[in-house]
Design a protein around this ligand. Structure first.
Ligand SMILES: [Zn+2]
Length: 153
């Protein structure tokens, strides 16, 4: 069993257990995953980003709010509120401009940076909820990147 943090069209985030990564792919491809909050069927893995430098150093990365536990990170965007959407859009824009996209290797890369085995920089990519939790448990600061309605594929 594998726990994924998922996000829907509206930016709702939630966690769901799957038998395997393959099972997630099959269900997602078949449009059989729905958001428990709004029923939207366009559901996919939530992005986790960016890593925030810790300790005394000056963070070189764009940063949002630091989080203590993944369970605290549910972010719902009111699409009718232009200010909120604009704020999220700015955050995402800044992350994409200043951080390196590392895709599903997010957790590995964050650990390498933390260990000094990779250049210190901001990164963003995909992580499962369990990977995110493990990173936080190890003191590696990350935060979820909220999705915007217009970013659906
Ligand atoms: Zn939803």
């Amino acid at each position: 069993m594998i726990l994924y943090r998922l996000a829907c069209d509206c930016g709702h985030e939630f966690e769901t257990w799957f038998q395997s990564g393959r099972a997630f792919d099959v269900l997602a491809a078949g449009g059989e995953l729905t958001c428990p909050l709004c029923g939207a069927s366009n559901v996919r893995k939530a992005l986790m980003a960016p890593r925030i430098a810790k300790g005394g150093g000056t963070p070189k990365t764009p940063s949002g709010a630091e989080i203590s536990r993944p369970d605290d990170t549910n972010i719902q965007i009111a699409s009718g509120n232009p200010e909120l959407v604009a704020a999220v859009r700015r955050l995402r824009q800044e992350v994409k401009e200043k951080a390196d996209y590392v895709g599903p290797k997010f957790a590995d890369e964050a650990r390498k940076i933390d260990a000094g085995d990779a250049p210190d920089r901001g990164i963003y990519g995909e992580a499962t909820a369990s990977e995110a939790r493990a990173l936080l448990d190890d003191g590696i600061a990350i935060l979820p990147l909220p999705r915007l309605p217009e970013e659906n594929n």
